[in-house]
Write a protein that binds this ligand. Structure first.
Ligand code: ADP
Ligand code: ADP
Ligand code: ZN
Length: 215
């Protein structure tokens, strides 16, 4: 199963990718997670990326395209993968098409999570993430059993630096300008399925599984 989860910041890509990863035993490739790990490790790439991320802007195409090209060649991607947060621009999508052709891999589906802007802002301002295991929560829609503490590993929950309202609005604008055109790109390739991301987490999951069966 080789798929892309498309959708604006806060649409639920990470949440749904984690569930699909468990179900199909294929890795989630989140460029956001990989970039945040590079920031934490203090690598040169991380330092460069941090400035873009804090500003709510995209990291240069060449950087993320290189990350994904390397990642797709790792052994655990042989049976499939879920791309989450990549591609985000048409040049990234074109580079991905070329890389997959080189590696002899074909995408099975591109699933687009559709969510209203105001719901996105509410989701992102209430998003919390475990510092230790990376599991995501929402203070209202997916709360942990004990406030501020991860159910899975008892790690501390934190809020991402870029999940502040001003940065969120900027990211949503960048999404509209640079990422939205990708739906057309994948529609032309006959790969796009739109899913109603406004439903609760479990029913979005059901819709995704149904779309994958139809793909
Ligand atoms: P993305 O990876 O697309 O940016 P996330 O998966 O991190 O989005 O979800 C953003 C926030 O919204 C998280 O706090 C998550 O718990 C919450 N969330 C995800 N899916 C839903 C949903 N269907 N309904 C309500 N909240 C959701
Ligand atoms: P979200 O789904 O909430 O927008 P991500 O974790 O996917 O968050 O991305 C966080 C930030 O990392 C983005 O705002 C951007 O700066 C950078 N980033 C992640 N993926 C890409 C990408 N494919 N291209 C460019 N920048 C990216
Ligand atoms: Zn945890």
């Amino acid at each position: 199963m080789k798929l892309i989860l498309l959708g604006p910041p806060g649409a639920g890509k990470g949440t749904q990718a984690k569930m699909l990863t468990d179900r199909f035993s294929i890795p989630q490739i989140s460029t956001g997670d990989i970039l945040r790990a590079a920031v934490k490790a203090g690598t040169e790439m991380g330092l460069q990326a941090k400035a873009c991320m804090d500003a709510g802007a995209l990291v240069p195409d060449a950087v993320v395209v290189g990350i994904v090209r390397d990642r797709l060649q790792e052994k655990d991607c042989q049976a499939g993968f879920i791309l989450d947060g990549f591609p985000r621009t048409v040049p990234q999508a074109e580079a991905l098409t070329a890389t997959l052709a080189e590696l002899g891999k074909n995408l099975d589906a591109v699933l687009s999570l559709e969510v209203d802007v105001e719901a996105l802002v509410e989701r992102l301002t209430g998003r919390r993430t475990c510092r230790d295991c990376g599991r995501g929560y929402h203070v209202k829609f997916d709360p942990p059993q004990q406030a501020g503490i991860c159910d899975a590993c008892a790690g501390e929950l934190m809020q991402r630096d870029d999940d502040q309202e001003a940065t969120i609005r900027k990211r949503l604008e960048v999404y509209r300008e640079q990422t939205l055109p990708l739906a057309g790109y994948y529609q032309e390739l006959g790969l796009l399925t739109r899913v109603d991301g406004m439903q609760e987490i479990g029913s979005v999951q059901q819709q995704l599984l149904a779309a994958l069966q139809a793909a």
